[in-house]
Structure formats: C-alpha cells, structure tokens
Design a protein around this ligand. Structure first.
Ligand code: NAP
Ligand code: ZN
Length: 351
C-alpha cells in the first residue's frame, strides 16, 4: 500500500482537516500520480457538507487533478514516469454496457466509480479524491495534459471544463448562434470561454453586476443581470441555447423565456434542493426544451483538453494552500471566486 496525506471531512458539519490514509499498490494497468494541483469544485462542497445526502465519510474531495506520473504498472503503455497527466471525476466504469461502449462512461449503466465518494468496482471502500499528495488510477481513466505551462490553471478543466464542453458540443453550439451562460463561477467562466472558442456569440446571465466586465474579458459580448426585470424582458426570445451552471434553486421560467422557439436550456448546476417546477407554458408555446448533462466521457475529456490547449484556454484561478480550504468554501458560497480556487499540493508538505 502507498501512504497518502490529504484533507478530509469527517461529517457534514465539520471543517476539513488533515487525514492520513492508504492507496492501493499500483496493479499492472495502474498509474501512480503525484498530485501537483487540484481544483475546488462546488460539488466538493456539496459532498463535504453532505448536501446531497449521499456522502460516505471520511470524505476526501477533489476531482480536478493535475499531477506527475510517479510509477506505472507493467501493462501501462500510454504513460511513462514523469508525464504530466490529469484525472477528472471518474476513475472506473464497467467498460461493457452500451454507454461505456460509446465512450459515455459518465452514463455507465452499471454505475461509474467517482474519483471521490464512490465505491470501487465490485464494492469495497469509499474512493478518496484529489485533496491529497498522490492517487492511483487505472490507465483508461488518466488523461494526457497537452498544456506545457500554467498547469495549476489546467486542473479545473478536468471537471468544470468538460462539464461545460460536453453539452456545448452535444447541442451543437457554434457560429451563428447566441448562447447564454448562467452563473459566472468555476463552470460558468469556462463555459463562456469555450462557447466563444466554438464560434458562438455569448451572453453572460449573472446575479452579480460586478462580474459583467469580467464576462466581457472572458469572451461574452453581452450581459444580462438576472435580477433586473427590465433587462430580462428586453432579452426575451433572443437565445438559441442556455447553459445553466447555478448551484442553488432558482426560477427557471424567467430563464426559459430568454430562449427562441426550439431553444434548449441545459442544467449542469446541481443544487441540493429542487428548483421550483417550471411552468409548462414556458415550454410548449415555443417548443422549448429543458435538459441536463453530466460531466463528459473520457475520450471527450481528452478532446476537450486538446481543444483548450489549441485555443489557449485555461481557468482563471486563485491558488490556495490546502490549509485554506474551509475559508475557500465559505467564499465559494458567496459567489466570491475569480473563478476557481486551485490547491497547491506543495502546501501539504510538513502536514
Ligand atoms: P461556483 O463556482 O460556486 O459557481 C456557481 C455560480 O452560480 C456562482 O458564481 C453564481 O454566479 C451563481 N449563483 C447564483 N446564485 C447562487 C446561489 N444562491 N448560490 C450559489 N451560486 C449562485 O460553482 P461551480 O463549481 O461552477 O458549480 C456549479 C454547480 O454545478 C454546482 O451545483 C456543482 O455541484 C455543479 N456541477 C455539476 C456537474 C455536472 O456534471 N452536471 C459537474 C460539476 C459541477 P453569479 O454570481 O454570476 O450569479
Ligand atoms: Zn466538479
């Protein structure tokens, strides 16, 4: 077994604290990774605080991992010691159901194994994520990082990047389309950058007037303050697609009204309480769709990393030592992140 240092929550109402545990010794198909950076996703907070009522404690969050390969099993061909690699939200799946066969492991019909808060395939213990100094992952779920610099800012692509890239691709966002991105947080700011790089005209929809200038810097041509009734009324029926990243329940009808006929709003935000149910008339009069999307498959995650490297896209980050994780969660709850916290895992030394 391999000794690992990390940070864990021991219950939903306690702060994260230092935690020592063990990883499996790498098997023939495994890659052992020294973690350099791990992004802080709002899902980490939902999980650490048991907001989805499914947390296995102790819980070591973290699924936006960039690290350096420290060892490989003898059947590993794609990776060598020293390679810079990524690990996202999934570290295993059945590999034989219809969804896995299509490269959609996130929809594995036998249940994928989450990087944290998952049960290892065939049962067994709780998986521990990336708020730690190392991780062992089977090679099929390890990504090649094509970026050569700014690796801390690459980490958030592994969840926030793919979670926005996948629906933008699935709903064929591109030139000639006007796309709304709701919520300028970790997911939203990458959604703006990626939708713009795909050629769409992007409109930021935010509750925070102070973020409008950043929205423009990130690539949004327009902005709507969602709490301003006049601005919302003026934008009715103007958007082809909306990517909704908001982490709290809110009025979906007000946003659906912004869609053109046949437009779709895709929810990726995963609040712990349900949204108020939308009014059917928001949908039927303009044949609109309300949809959802979960992260992305492994092949698509690699495609997203390559796309981002090609277009010079990384996350805007604020680097923190792991000792500041609990304060970072409080700031995330206030929407006070520009636009992703990333943990510098060097800070674990001496813990
Ligand atoms: P985040 O950085 O906290 O951003 C969420 C943004 O939502 C905020 O910056 C804020 O933007 C907006 N917002 C408006 N009202 C809010 C409120 N009352 N509480 C919180 N946010 C509010 O979060 P994130 O990491 O981007 O994650 C967003 C959501 O996506 C979370 O629920 C997360 O669990 C979920 N998620 C889903 C998937 C998936 O596969 N579907 C993957 C990853 C994460 P403005 O200030 O611009 O209004
Ligand atoms: Zn995430």
């Amino acid at each position: 077994m391999i000794k690992t240092r990390g940070y864990a929550a021991h219950s939903g109402d306690q702060p994260l604290q230092p935690f020592n545990f063990e990883r499996r010794t790498p098997g023939p198909g495994d890659v052992q990774i020294d973690i350099l950076y791990c992004g802080v996703c709002h899902s980490d907070l939902h999980t650490a605080r048991n907001e989805w009522n499914n947390t296995l404690f102790p819980s070591v969050p973290g699924h936006e991992i960039v690290g350096r390969v420290a060892a490989v099993g003898n059947a590993v061909e794609k990776f060598a010691v020293g390679d810079i690699v990524g690990v996202g939200c999934i570290i295993d799946s059945c590999q034989h159901c219809g969804s896995c066969a299509e490269g959609l492991e996130q929809y594995c019909e036998n249940g994928f194994v989450g990087t944290y808060n998952g049960h290892s395939m065939g049962g067994g213990e709780n998986t521990y994520g990336g708020y730690a100094n190392n991780i062992v992952v089977r090679q099929e779920f390890v990504l090649k990082v094509p970026h050569t610099e700014n690796l801390a800012a690459v980490a958030p692509l592994l969840c926030a990047g793919i979670t926005t890239y996948s629906p933008l691709r699935h709903w064929k966002v591109g030139p000639g389309q006007k796309v709304g991105v709701v919520g300028l947080g970790g997911l939203g700011h990458l959604g703006v950058k990626i939708a713009r790089a795909m050629g769409a005209e992007v409109v930021l929809i935010t509750t925070s007037p102070a973020k409008v200038a950043d929205g423009q810097r990130l690539g949004a041509e327009g902005a709507i303050i969602s709490t301003d009734a006049e601005q919302m009324a003026a934008a009715r029926g103007s958007l082809d697609f909306i990517l909704n990243t908001v982490a709290a329940p809110h009025n979906l009808d007000a946003l659906l009204a912004l869609l053109k006929r046949d437009g779709t709003m895709t929810l990726v935000g995963a609040p712990s309480e349900p949204h108020p149910s939308p009014d059917v008339f928001s949908l039927i009069f303009k044949r609109r769709s309300l949809a959802g999307s979960l992260i992305g498959g492994i092949q698509e995650t690699q495609e997203m990393l390559d796309f981002c490297a090609e277009h010079g896209i990384v996350s805007d980050i604020e680097m923190i030592p792991i000792q500041q994780i609990n304060e970072a969660y409080e700031r995330m709850l206030k929407g006070d992140v520009r636009y992703r916290f990333v943990i510098d895992m060097d800070s674990l030394q001496g813990e």
